[in-house]
Design a protein around this ligand. Structure first.
Ligand code: IPD
Ligand code: CA
Ligand code: CA
Length: 267
């Protein structure tokens, strides 16, 4: 395993320990609302601190972008770590065992290393650019489904005020019919990891943040899948809009999305 990936795995596992330890006292957790329906707990913050401590000690010359602390480290560095310390906070708060730590490393703007770790199931999804994607050391691949017929898709349902409900519902309506089902599991990082592992055939979501998807995007690519924004381009990290699947299914999903949303998404 690449030494930088190895360090990221160590950081993700340490954060997972923080989460599991606190999961027996959810009622006493300190919870704040960042905005309506968007919560942050002391565990999100502690987990990010643990991750930044481990990465920062190993790579003091790198830059860091964490959901809870924003930018830190050496701003001018070619290396940037992108961290979501707890993806699926709403699940975590409700005692639903579907959440993860997501850590990615970019070098000169290109994703190089990725870890998504589910501490409850002890499932570790990892990828290095050019080296394939793995679940607990076993190689994983996206499914080979050729279109929407029979597909199991993941998505996210908008819940924050800044997320578009009507365009989402239009895409949902467009997908329904040929597919076998939809899952809204509550962690974008795991949704992408599940596409990489062939558990979901495809996934789409509006208005994500870079830390929700950075590690998952590399996992999907290294598992033989493709990622696109809603314009069919490579701008998901900036636009927040993402479709992930094998290339043929992705083409069908992109067609549905483009037929469902307004021209502002086609650019
Ligand atoms: C959220 C999860 C969720 C997605 C939201 C994200 P958080 O991340 O990934 O699945 O639908 O858009 O904000 O807030 O739990 O880190
Ligand atoms: Ca997140
Ligand atoms: Ca989070």
């Amino acid at each position: 395993m690449h030494p930088m990936l190895n360090t990221a795995v160590r950081a993700a596992r340490a954060a997972g320990t923080v989460m599991l330890r606190a999961s027996s006292r959810l009622d006493s957790l300190n919870v704040e609302s960042k905005q309506r329906n968007d919560f942050v707990t002391e565990i999100d913050r502690q987990a990010e601190a643990v991750i930044l401590d481990i990465l920062g000690k190993a790579y003091p010359q790198h830059a860091f972008l964490g959901e809870e602390t924003g930018r830190s480290g050496q701003g001018g560095s070619d290396f940037q770590w992108i961290i979501d310390p707890l993806d699926g906070t709403t699940n975590y708060l409700h005692g639903i065992p579907q959440y993860a730590i997501s850590i990615a490393l970019e070098h000169q703007g290109r994703l190089e290393q990725a870890v998504v770790y589910d501490p409850v199931k002890d499932e570790l999804f990892t990828a290095s650019r050019g080296g394939g994607a793995f679940l607990n050391s076993r190689r994983i691949r996206v499914t080979g489904l050729k279109g929407l017929e029979g597909a199991l898709l993941g998505t996210g349902i908008p819940f924050r005020d800044d997320q578009p409900i009507e365009p989402f519902l239009a895409t949902l309506r467009g997908m329904l019919g040929p597919i076998a089902g939809i899952r809204r599991a509550g962690s974008a990082a795991l949704d992408l990891a599940y596409v990489a592992a062939g558990r979901l055939d495809g996934y789409w979501e509006f208005a994500l943040k870079p830390w929700d998807m950075a590690a998952g995007l590399l996992l999907v690519r290294e598992a033989g899948g493709m990622i696109t924004d809603f314009a069919g381009g490579d701008n998901s990290m900036r636009s927040g809009n993402v479709i992930a699947a094998n290339p043929r299914l992705l083409h069908s999903m992109l067609t549905v999305v483009q037929n469902s949303v307004g021209p502002e998404y086609h650019r």
